[in-house]
Design a protein around this ligand. Sequence first.
Ligand SMILES: NC(=O)c1ccc[n+]([C@@H]2O[C@H](COP(=O)([O-])OP(=O)(O)OC[C@H]3O[C@@H](n4cnc5c(N)ncnc54)[C@H](O)[C@@H]3O)[C@@H](O)[C@H]2O)c1
Length: 334
Amino acid sequence: MTAFSEVLVTGGAGFIGSTIASACSDAGLRPVILDDLSTGLRSFGERFAFYEGDYGDAALLRRVFAEHPGIGAVAHCAASIVVPESVAEPLKYYRNNVAKVVTLAEELLRADCRRVLFSSTAAMYAPSETLVVDEQAPLAPGSPYAASKQMVERILADTAKASSLKVIALRYFNPVGADPSLRTGLQLPNPTHVLGMLLRAKQQRQPFTVTGTDWPTRDGSGLRDYVHVWDLALAHVAALERFDEVMAGPTLGPGYDVVNLGTGRGTTVFELVEAFRKAACPDLEVRTAGPRPGDVAGACASADKAARVLGWRATRTLEQGIADAEAWSRKMNG
Ligand SMILES: NC(=O)c1ccc[n+]([C@@H]2O[C@H](COP(=O)([O-])OP(=O)(O)OC[C@H]3O[C@@H](n4cnc5c(N)ncnc54)[C@H](O)[C@@H]3O)[C@@H](O)[C@H]2O)c1
């Protein structure tokens, strides 16, 4: 149970935001979606109260809060998310992911909506020799995308210190899968998420390319912590339900905390490809190539803080993630 009845989900017509919206709705919290449909789907947004537009549009935000006085929290998921694109077009990323957050934070304070969950990323961690990172691990974002997320964390932390805004930055590892009830899933026609790319390779009967095979991992391919998107969504519900409790406890900064959302298990890209072959596509042809711009060796989460602070642990397996993603892809593409 939360002290409020509605939650604003920016980017709620996208892959993760739409899943969070479903999980909130299942838990009795009404989602209000704000999305500009730059990559999201109208059909995902229109399942709930839906506003088409920019999360950096002050007038639109005021209308949303005026029409939904029950909103007591925001899950801020809206962003541009493609790492190589961010290398080619950094200003697009700094404008869309960073600059607009100033307006959002101002309007949240104006509307007295003080609880913020921010969709952050584990891509900002510095390479770690142990390949496991906790929330205190050093940061060294390897791309404008990851840097944009670190900058937003800083903006929100400074604002929390100076005002009544309260923020939990949730650093996602690598989301896979789809809502197990198949209400929504990965919607992008050209996904950059590795599992989406595997599914596309299967559909188009094309080889799959593992990019980067010289990383300091057990088989040279990147190490990732694949977390089922439904588990990720449930972590947001837990964070909303415990929000005030978390803020009353010890936090990283005044009114500000950071929590990793991962499984704590590392899987290399080659291991993922093998699991995908077994589960879905035994004759998939695999090639290798050099790393893409902005790629990193990767790491897996230390997931202890999420368990301690949010009472949340990921429970779904990689195989379930593959099966749900495949089922969604069949539903979406026929
Ligand atoms: N997918 C991942 O691997 C991953 C990993 C870590 C963190 N994240 C973060 O999770 C969040 C959601 O990612 P996703 O995978 O669902 O991506 P997505 O592209 O499916 O969703 C992003 C949504 O935001 C919307 N959007 C973009 N700019 C907007 C703007 N200015 N105003 C309103 N809406 C806007 C898009 O239309 C889309 O619906 C992002 O903040 C991303 O940085 C994603």
